[in-house]
Design a protein around this ligand. Sequence first.
Ligand SMILES: Cc1cc2nc3c(=O)[nH]c(=O)nc-3n(C[C@H](O)[C@H](O)[C@H](O)COP(=O)(O)OP(=O)(O)OC[C@H]3O[C@@H](n4cnc5c(N)ncnc54)[C@H](O)[C@@H]3O)c2cc1C
Length: 195
Amino acid sequence: MKSAPKIAIVGAGPVGSLAALYAAQRGFEVELYELRPDYDAKGRAIYAIDRAGLNERLLDILDSMPNVKLLFNHKLTGADFCTQKAWFERKDCISPDSGRPQEIEISFDLMIGADGAHSAVRYHLMKFSRMDYQQEYIDTLWCEFYLPPRKLSEGEYRETAFRISPNHLHIWPGQDFMFIAIPSEVSPILYPRLT
Ligand SMILES: Cc1cc2nc3c(=O)[nH]c(=O)nc-3n(C[C@H](O)[C@H](O)[C@H](O)COP(=O)(O)OP(=O)(O)OC[C@H]3O[C@@H](n4cnc5c(N)ncnc54)[C@H](O)[C@@H]3O)c2cc1C
């Protein structure tokens, strides 16, 4: 029996995870390669919405599917779209001779580049096909603050722990900047260092 086409997805962020889920549900053989270890490398997350939790949930669903392989610590270093082969560095597997990460070669029927703003897939695709690409940076930086909740006394409702109203998006516009506060439930299981 002919096996299902193999889709190699590079990047297990929200886009890669969701693409993997759709492909797996349609019966493709899916391999999801991600350069980081299982979840955020530095234990950081942007708390505005709990994307870390959403991403974890997607990866947990994928992990339970028989036609999906999750490969963390795999960094795409090269891709040849003529021969449909790609190369990954295994960051968790250092060769004793060279002291460098081991490289593996894979083959694929289709590759999806979901490896973010500095996409390596796009870089290699540009050598294969004539495509235009433009990247523009906005002249703005961001900084994130965390307002810890108030300690609750016995019998108080959870919502009253918020320092600002939990039912509103708070925006303080300035001339060249703005300050936004987005109340969110941050799970102490996901972010133990905050408790
Ligand atoms: C400061 C900031 C605040 C934001 N706030 C919000 C918000 O509040 N709400 C919201 O919806 N969006 C927000 N966004 C946007 C959101 O983060 C992005 O739209 C989203 O992460 C894009 O998802 P993605 O899967 O395309 O890429 P990414 O999330 O960047 O995922 C790409 C993945 O590919 C992996 N990767 C990269 N290179 C390779 C390689 N060579 N080999 C293997 N794997 C590789 C990376 O490790 C990464 O896990 C914010 C973005 C920023 C920068």
